[in-house]
Design a protein. Structure first.
Length: 381
């Protein structure tokens, strides 16, 4: 039986939480739904409650967990967070600061006891800024490049990210400069038609879609030049996802992966195109610059995440699989992701050892790569 408890973890894809997390009900925080119906009848609810009960040394009852946890967190929140992260053996976090927009990376670093790196989104605020403030196409490009260069100068920014799957889908072939300039001139005539309200009461420019795609390719070119990874959201996400078929990583094969520019960039398929993990795994086998991370499905699939680990193993080299959680909101989310994933990784690798597909030494080596070493190498941290 493998024991991965002592292996350090680098979370390749997470979000942040603020001081208000000390008042949260942890059992009900394990959901993406704002008003979840029948949450107490979901498997994740029960898995989380039983895990949290062991963490706090109490019965797996929601009210008892909430009461005990609140007392611990409110007494000294920083120590509370530090204890949870230490128990999970978390070494570092790579966060997407686009969510939630209520806290900065610098503020988050003051709360957590581990090193925080970021991948910066080219969507939403940056897209808003260049579209709103630019009066000419050249000015738009200058503003866009200037922001990217500012990010690259920060030692704690380790890559870029796009969530364009939510808006344009992932069939995103190149848009040439002349076409983009023409679209921008049309945009200037009626900006308001493209404004849409998102979460936290924020409003963003959702389009024009071809401008988003044009700037995606410009950002990709900058990543090739600077030799930094580019994360692409694929598959399932939050409740803003309107059509998951358009977020399939398979669409990238048609529009991006065979492009010579894209081949120069280390691409990370965030969430492994869940639920199509097997497809994402295949793409990472065919294209040697493609990596997959197992965030979101871990820990939302809880004890069943092992099924998707097995799909990842079908094609992807162990050296290009990244551990992640997509955690947010409460520190226990990060802890639960580690504890749950390690158990399932132990089980899957243990099965492969028992079947004489791997020897035990290499199974530990593969686990180490997935849990931290691949991220350390990919992001140069």
């Amino acid at each position: 039986m493998l024991d991965l408890s002592d292996l350090p973890v680098i979370d390749d894809h997470a979000h942040m939480f603020g001081p208000d997390a000390k008042d949260a009900n942890p059992v009900r925080s394990f959901t993406m739904l704002e008003h979840p119906k029948d949450i107490e009848h979901q498997l994740l609810y029960h898995c989380a409650a039983r895990a949290l009960a062991k963490l706090y040394g109490c019965n797996p009852e929601e009210e008892e967990i909430f009461k005990l946890r609140k007392a611990k967190a409110q007494n000294n929140f920083e120590e509370f967070v530090a204890d949870i992260f230490q128990k999970a053996n978390i070494e570092a976090l790579i966060v997407d600061p686009g969510y939630p927009p209520t806290i900065t990376v610098e503020e988050f670093q003051e709360i957590v006891p581990v090193k925080v790196y970021s991948v910066e989104r080219i969507d939403e605020h940056l897209f808003d800024e260049v579209m709103e403030k630019s009066n000419t196409f050249d000015e738009l490009l200058d503003t866009f490049y200037e922001q990217l260069d500012q990010w690259f100068k920060k030692k704690d920014v380790v890559g870029l990210k796009t969530i364009t799957a939510y808006v344009t889908g992932l069939n995103i072939p190149r848009v040439d400069r002349d076409r983009a300039e023409e679209i921008f001139k049309e945009f200037l005539k009626d900006k308001k038609r493209w404004i849409v309200e998102f979460g936290f009461g924020q409003k963003h420019y959702i389009g024009p879609f071809e401008m988003r795609i044009f700037l995606f390719w410009e950002a990709l070119a900058r990543c090739a030049e600077k030799k930094v990874p580019f994360q692409i959201h694929t598959g399932d996400g939050d409740m803003d996802m309107k059509d998951m078929k358009e977020a399939s990583a398979l669409l990238l094969q048609k529009s991006v992966l065979n492009d010579e520019l894209a081949k120069q960039v280390e691409l990370v398929l965030v969430h492994s195109s869940y639920p199509e993990v097997e497809f994402a795994s295949y793409l990472s086998y065919v294209y040697t610059n493609v990596h997959i991370d197992l965030s979101h499905l871990n820990p939302f699939l809880n004890v069943l995440v092992g099924r998707k680990i097995e799909e990842a193993f079908m094609w992807t080299p162990f050296s290009r699989i990244l551990y992640g959680t997509d955690a947010y909101g409460i520190p226990e989310f990060y802890w639960f992701g580690v504890m749950n994933f390690k158990k399932e990784l132990e089980r899957v690798l243990g099965y492969l050892v028992a079947r004489d597909a791997l020897d035990e030494d290499y199974a530990y080596k593969a686990a180490g790569m997935i849990l931290s070493e691949n991220a350390r190498k990919l992001y140069s941290i």
